[in-house]
Design a protein around this ligand. Structure first.
Ligand code: MF3
Ligand code: CO
Length: 291
């Protein structure tokens, strides 16, 4: 899979350095792991320094959108109002909202309330009310680079049990972030996220998960949060992906809205929570790029 590069030729990463004094040792390490039977990322999944800087610039817009939503969100507001905020901030800062027209998605952001697991479509008819929990999932394109993150918001007086779901889901994401260690398999990370949810009696959505991100919206690998230790792709320095577990209070079974073909709900109507960050794997762990 890894094509040999002449040692004195310029490195594939665009550093301008010779291959032998740049990524040759790194590539040899990957080839070694592949020979041992590990799933390894292809070269296009390893971001260059320029890519990381580009993603960070895009992330500034994404986080500004979510900060603005955090400032303004309250009961009585519609999810369309949230869409307007995101569209506005994104435009003012020179970015593009990635969801808009993505595979036909009709709005600039996903707004998923209570038993909506993800891909809620903003509407002027969906009014936030006291006691709701909502995930706002924002994604930005700037100069071809993708930023992707989501946060939960509690509207007014939320049932303590629901608040706990929101908090435990955030903890699960944070435990996942701590489990990102280079040259270890993604399945190890996914499993600690899963175990934290199970410990509290919750379930984790199986069909939808995190993803590589950066030069496209959704890249390899698929990042599962019900994976087994020792399985899945190795986390390699320079890989960028999201950690975004969807955690349900009741069953893990879900269905897709037949009318809009997008919005995912829990089958039993119990609430679901999700937090999302985008990160880059480093030599000793990871660095958050967007949250
Ligand atoms: N933002 C979602 C994610 O975290 C993807 C949404 S796709 C959309 O992967 F089309 F609904 F925006
Ligand atoms: Co994502």
């Amino acid at each position: 899979m890894y094509k040999k590069i002449e040692r004195n030729a310029p490195c594939w990463c665009g550093s301008g350095k010779k291959y032998k004094s740049c990524h040759e040792a790194f590539d040899d390490k990957i080839i070694g792991y592949e020979r041992m039977g590990h799933i390894v990322p292809k070269r296009s999944l390893i971001k260059t320094e320029k890519d990381i800087l580009g993603i960070k610039e895009s992330a500034k817009i994404n986080m500004a959108c979510l900060d603005e939503v955090a400032d303004k969100i309250k009961a009585g507001m519609s999810t369309q109002d949230i869409d307007d905020i995101v569209a506005d901030v994104t435009k003012k800062m020179g970015g593009i909202a990635a969801p808009l027209n993505y595979e036909g998605f009709p709005k600039s952001v996903c707004t998923s309330i209570n038993d909506m697991v993800c891909h809620g479509i903003p509407s002027k008819d969906d009014i936030l009310k006291d006691g709701d929990i909502i995930n706002v999932d924002c994604s930005t394109i700037l100069n071809g680079y993708y930023a992707d993150s989501s946060r939960m918001f509690c509207i007014g007086d939320v049932d303590p049990e629901w608040k706990k779901l929101v908090d435990v889901t955030k903890e699960a994401m944070e435990i996942g972030i701590k489990a990102v260690k280079p040259w270890t398999p993604l399945g190890d990370m996914g499993d600690v996220v899963h175990q934290h949810a199970l410990k509290h009696g919750y379930t984790v959505v199986r069909e939808i998960g995190g993803h590589g991100c950066g030069n496209e919206f959704h890249e390899e690998p698929f990042v599962s949060f019900v994976s087994k230790p020792g399985t899945e792709m190795l986390m390699v320095p320079g890989m960028v992906f999201t950690i975004e577990p969807m955690i349900n209070m009741g069953t893990d079974r879900i269905f897709v809205d037949e009318e809009n073909d997008w919005t995912v709900y829990t089958e039993d109507g119990a609430p679901s929570a999700q937090w999302e960050v985008e990160l880059v794997v480093t030599e000793d762990g990871c660095e958050l790029l967007c949250w």
